[in-house]
Design a protein around this ligand. Structure first.
Ligand code: NDP
Length: 456
C-alpha cells in the first residue's frame, strides 16, 4: 500500500494500493483494446462525453479541492482555483473533436488532404506539485483527439487522480479509455516509457528524470512531450511601477511554496531601483500568511516532504546572504519560511539550480543588455517576466528572453487557452491552447487521384 502523507501534519491521510509493472501492463492492454471504439466515436459524441466529465468534476469540485489542499499542502484558495482550471480545461478541449481540421493542398492529378489521426495509447506521468491540474492539461487534449490514456500520478499525491478515474467512469467514459496506475516512477513510469504498445509519453517533472524518459522513449521511437524544470527571471527595470512589481514578486516565487516550475526565482532588478524594490518587497514578505492549507486566508503552505525541505534548506547555509524572510508555524509540518537572498551573483548555486522551494535570489543588473544576458544565462527557459513602463523595451526584452512563456507587467504563465512549454532544457513540446492537440495527433497526408484514365 502507498501511505499518503498530509504535509501540514506529517500524518497519514489515506492508504491506496501500490501498482506495479503488472498493473501498468493491464492498463495498457485495456487502453489498447478500447482505442478502436473510442477513436470511432462520432466527434459530437466524444465532445459531449468530455462536457459530461467536466460537469461531473464540477459537481465534486469542493471535495476535490479539499483533498488536493491536504495532500499537496497547498492553500485551499489555490486548490479551488486549480480544480476550476481542470473543469475549464475539459470544457475547452471538448471543443476539439469537432475542430480537428485538416487541409487540402493543391497538387497535380488529384486531391491532396491532411488528417489529424490519434496516436493510440498515451502514457501520462505527472508530478506532485499541481497533481490534478497538470494531469488535466494532458488527459483532456489526449482524449479529445481520440487517444486512450494511462495516467501515472506521483506516489506522494495519487488521490485526486484516482478520484478522476472514478468520476470519468461515472460520466460515461468507456472502460479502458482512461485509467490510473498509482505506483513508483522507477517502476510504473519506467514501464510506460518502455512499453511497446504506448505511442507517446507526456511528462512533467524534473529535468533529470525527463532526460531519462527521452532516452528511454528512443528505443521505441515514442513521441515525447516534456515539461521540466525552470529558473525563471523576473526582470524589473527602474522605470517600472516598482510598488506593483515588488508587491507581485513574492507570490510569483513563493506561491505553492516555490514548488512551481514557473517560479520567478531569479529576480533581476536594475541597480538604481534595488533599495526601493527590496524595501517594498520586504514589507510584503514579512506579512505573508504561511500556515494551515485549509484556512482561507493562507497564502503559503508547507513543502511536500521532509526530503524536499532538506533539499531546499541546502540552498540557505548559515552564511547565505539572507536579506529578509517570513515566518512559519512551529507545529508539525514540512515548513520553510519564504526567504529572500540579496544580492546574489548569477553564478551562485542558488541562482543556477532549481530550488523548488520558497527561496528567491535578487540579482542586480546595470542595463538592458545585461538584464537579457543574465536572464538567458541558465540551462532553463520556461517562463519569465518583464516590468517596465517603456513599451518598446518590454517587447524587445520579451523577444530577447529565451523562454516559452513571458509576461509583461504581470507574472502569469498559464492559461487554458494559450500555449505553455519551455525552451532549452525546460522541455519539448507545448501544452494547453490550440497547439497541444498537435502533440496528441499524427498528421496524415492522403492523395486521391482524380484524373480520368487515358484512353488506349
Ligand atoms: P520527478 O521528476 O522524480 O517526478 C515526476 C514524476 O515522474 C513522478 O510521477 C515520478 O514518480 C515520475 N518518475 C520518477 N522517476 C521516473 C522514472 N525513472 N521513469 C518514469 N517516471 C518517473 O520529480 P521529484 O518528485 O523527484 O522532484 C524532484 C525535483 O524535480 C524537484 O525538486 C524539482 O526541482 C523538480 N520537479 C519539477 C516539476 C515541474 O513541474 N517541472 C515537478 C516536480 C518536480 P514518483 O514520484 O511516484 O516516483
Amino acid at each position: 500500500m502507498i501511505e499518503v502523507i498530509e504535509p501540514a501534519t506529517e500524518k497519514v491521510m489515506a492508504e491506496v494500493p501500490r501498482a506495479g509493472a503488472d498493473e501498468v501492463d493491464a492498463a495498457v492492454a485495456a487502453a489498447k483494446a478500447a482505442f478502436g471504439a473510442w477513436r470511432a466515436v462520432e466527434p459530437a459524441e466524444r465532445a459531449a462525453t468530455l462536457r459530461r466529465l467536466a460537469d461531473a468534476i464540477e459537481a465534486e469540485a469542493a471535495e476535490l479541492a479539499t483533498i488536493e489542499a491536504r495532500n499537496a499542502g497547498k492553500p485551499i484558495s489555490d486548490s479551488r482555483a486549480e480544480i476550476a482550471m481542470v473543469i475549464e480545461c475539459f470544457r475547452y478541449y471538448a471543443g476539439a473533436p469537432e475542430r480537428l481540421l485538416g487541409r487540402t493542398i493543391p497538387v497535380a492529378g488529384g486531391v491532396d488532404m491532411t488528417f489529424r489521426e490519434p496516436l493510440g495509447v498515451v502514457g501520462l506521468i505527472v508530478p506532485w506539485n499541481f497533481p490534478l491540474v497538470i494531469a488535466s492539461w494532458k488527459v483532456a487534449p489526449a482524449l479529445a483527439a481520440g487517444n486512450t490514456v494511462v495516467l501515472k500520478p506521483a506516489e506522494l499525491t495519487p488521490l485526486t487522480a484516482l478520484e478522476l478515474e472514478r468520476i470519468a467512469l461515472g460520466a460515461g467514459l468507456p472502460e479502458g479509455v482512461f485509467s490510473v496506475v498509482a505506483g513508483p516512477g522507477s517502476v510504473c513510469g519506467a514501464r510506460l516509457v518502455e512499453h511497446p504498445d504506448v505511442a507517446k509519453i507526456a511528462f512533467t517533472g524534473s529535468t533529470e528524470v525527463g532526460r531519462g524518459i527521452a532516452a528511454g522513449a528512443a528505443s521505441t521511437i515514442k513521441r515525447v512531450t516534456l515539461e521540466l524544470g525552470g529558473k525563471s527571471a523576473n526582470v524589473v527595470f527602474a522605470d517600472a511601477d516598482l510598488e506593483a512589481a515588488a508587491a507581485a514578486a513574492p507570490i510569483a516565487v513563493f506561491g505553492n511554496a516555490g514548488q512551481d516550475c514557473c517560479a520567478r526565482s531569479r529576480i533581476l532588478v536594475e541597480r538604481d531601483a534595488l533599495d526601493d524594490f527590496l524595501s517594498a518587497m520586504e514589507a510584503v514578505v514579512k506579512t505573508m500568511r504561511v500556515g494551515d492549507p485549509l484556512d482561507d486566508s493562507t497564502q503559503m503552505g508547507p513543502l511536500i516532504s521532509a526530503g524536499q525541505r532538506d533539499s531546499v534548506a541546502s540552498f540557505v547555509p548559515s552564511d547565505a546572504p539572507v536579506a529578509f524572510r517570513g515566518a512559519t508555524p512551529d507545529s508539525a509540518g514540512y515548513w520553510f519560511p519564504p526567504t529572500v537572498l540579496a544580492p546574489v551573483s548569477n553564478s551562485d548555486r542558488a541562482a543556477r539550480e532549481e530550488i523548488f522551494g520558497p527561496v528567491a535570489c535578487v540579482i542586480p543588473f546595470a542595463d538592458e543588455a545585461e538584464a537579457v544576458r543574465l536572464a538567458n544565462d541558465t540551462i532553463y527557459g520556461l517562463s519569465g517576466s518583464v516590468w517596465t513602463r517603456d513599451g518598446a523595451k518590454a517587447l524587445r526584452v520579451s523577444r530577447g528572453i529565451e523562454a516559452g512563456v513571458v509576461s509583461v507587467n504581470s507574472n502569469t504563465s498559464v492559461r487554458v487557452t494559450t500555449p505553455f512549454g519551455g525552451f532549452k532544457q525546460s522541455g519539448v513540446g507545448r501544452e494547453l491552447g490550440p497547439d497541444a492537440l498537435d502533440h496528441y495527433t499524427e498528421l496524415k497526408n492522403v492523395f486521391y487521384a482524380t484524373d480520368q484514365p487515358r484512353e488506349g
